[in-house]
Design a protein around this ligand. Structure first.
Ligand SMILES: *[C@@H]1O[C@H](CO)[C@@H](O)[C@H](O)[C@H]1NC(C)=O
Ligand SMILES: *[C@@H]1O[C@H](CO)[C@@H](O)[C@H](O)[C@H]1NC(C)=O
Ligand SMILES: *[C@@H]1O[C@H](CO)[C@@H](O)[C@H](O)[C@H]1NC(C)=O
Ligand SMILES: *[C@@H]1O[C@H](CO)[C@@H](O)[C@H](O)[C@H]1NC(C)=O
Length: 364
């Protein structure tokens, strides 16, 4: 049995997967990405007041060592997913809106994600583009495409494309007070998310890749807050409640709309696996952030000119709340080709291979 135990082998395996997927997935024409900092590639750079990562040492391992606005030392989950799918990486919305508006560009996919964004408009208000606003922008994008190529063709395109979403962590991060009822809060988040996902469906999306929240309480920022240095119990509980309800919401949407298709990646459970078997995955450090200061490098964030740890690829965490490129690769590899309990009811690769469901619906 071949086992991907060494780092070298791990990288080789990933490369084999990437080459393998270069072919054959052409029926997913594009990716439309919404959510927060794990997927943002620099939308916030365009606005002075929003949360940014466009300074060194962010991007230290990105091609050219460039700080692009990604909250990572290198590539992030959106980059890894696009590579695995063999897709043109979707450009940031404001890049397109401010410089082009060319429909051909919108057709290649768009990234609406904004760091600090939450499901609730009140989460980090003024520092981000909230999820609801991103859905409005997706609506405007679909309308702009439809104006150029017509309604039917637009819907066919959107229905074949992936809508990739990761949101919820910021809502959890701003709400870990001990008095909070976690079930009630998770219910509020899901009740707010439900109509927004329905809007995205009504705009033509049929293939959803939903990334859940991670083990939020194990982020260096939260470990730094506990006396023992253990994971923060309340933040983890909130994340678990939210993810369970999110999984149920997706089941509900699938039973409401018979052509709603999705792949749900449980990043909280994936993190537990990654942490527990970190050596197997090539990591040494799974608690302390590579860049930052204080306990677990989690009390003060990675700042302009902070000198990060020397070897990023043996750390799971890049800064107090974000993963390294290496960790993002492992996560997206699990989402792409893994199985239950990490990803279900089907993985991302299987979702990409499903025949489009929109056509059959219009001809019914
Ligand atoms: C693109 O369209 C938007 C919305 O209609 C508009 O606000 C913006 O100025 C346009 N940008 C360019 C470069 O034409
Ligand atoms: C998209 O925006 C239009 C207004 O421009 C609105 O009438 C429509 O309800 C929106 N669609 C969805 C699904 O949100
Ligand atoms: C903590 O962060 C500093 C930079 O702020 C870095 O030099 C150090 O290596 C980090 N510690 C670990 C264990 O990664
Ligand atoms: C960095 O970490 C990786 C993964 O643990 C390891 O394979 C590699 O040898 C390390 N590089 C250096 C220069 O220490």
């Amino acid at each position: 049995m071949m086992k991907c135990s060494s780092m070298h082998c791990h990288v080789v395996c990933l490369m084999v997967i990437m080459c393998f997927c270069g072919f054959g997935l052409a029926h997913v024409p594009a990716m439309y990405v919404l959510g927060a900092s794990l997927l943002d590639v620099g939308n916030n750079n365009y606005f002075p007041k929003l949360s940014k990562a466009n300074y060194n040492p962010y991007g230290i391992d990105f091609p050219g060592g460039k700080a692009t606005g990604r909250f990572s030392n290198g590539k992030n989950s959106r980059d890894c997913l696009a590579e695995m799918l063999g897709l043109v990486p979707p450009r940031r919305y404001f890049d397109l809106i401010f410089h082009t508006n060319n429909t051909a560009e919108f057709l290649k996919g768009v990234n609406f994600a904004s760091a600090s964004a939450g499901i609730l408009d009140s989460t980090n208000e003024g520092n981000c583009i909230p999820f609801s606003k991103q859905v409005d922008f997706f609506n405007e994008t679909v309308e702009a495409i439809a104006k150029q190529i017509g309604f039917e063709q637009t819907h066919e395109h959107i229905s074949k494309s992936f809508v990739v979403i990761n949101v919820g962590s910021n809502d959890i991060m701003v709400a870990t007070g001990d008095g909070l009822d976690h079930e009630e809060y998770a219910f509020l988040l899901i009740s707010t998310l439900r109509p927004l996902l329905k809007d995205i469906y009504h705009l033509g999306a049929r293939k959803f890749v939903i990334l859940s929240t991670g083990a939020e309480g194990c982020l260096p920022k939260f470990r730094a807050k506990t006396k023992t240095g253990d994971c923060h119990f309340h933040a983890n509980l909130l994340s678990k409640s939210y993810n369970m309800r999110l999984a149920s919401l997706l089941e509900e949407l699938q039973s409401t709309y018979d052509d709603f298709r999705y792949s749900f990646f449980d990043m909280r459970i994936a993190f537990k696996e990654l942490y527990k078997n970190r050596k197997t995955y090539g990591f040494i450090e799974g608690e302390v952030a590579c860049c930052g200061t204080g306990k677990f490098n989690g009390t003060i964030q990675c700042r302009v000119g902070t000198v990060p740890c020397s070897n990023r690829s043996d750390h799971i965490f890049w800064d107090c709340v974000h993963y390294t490129e290496e960790a993002a690769k492992v996560f997206m590899n699990l989402a792409f080709q893994g199985s239950t309990p990490f990803v279900y009811p089907i993985n991302v690769k299987q979702l990409s291979e499903l025949p489009p469901s929109y056509q059959s619906r219009v001809t019914e």
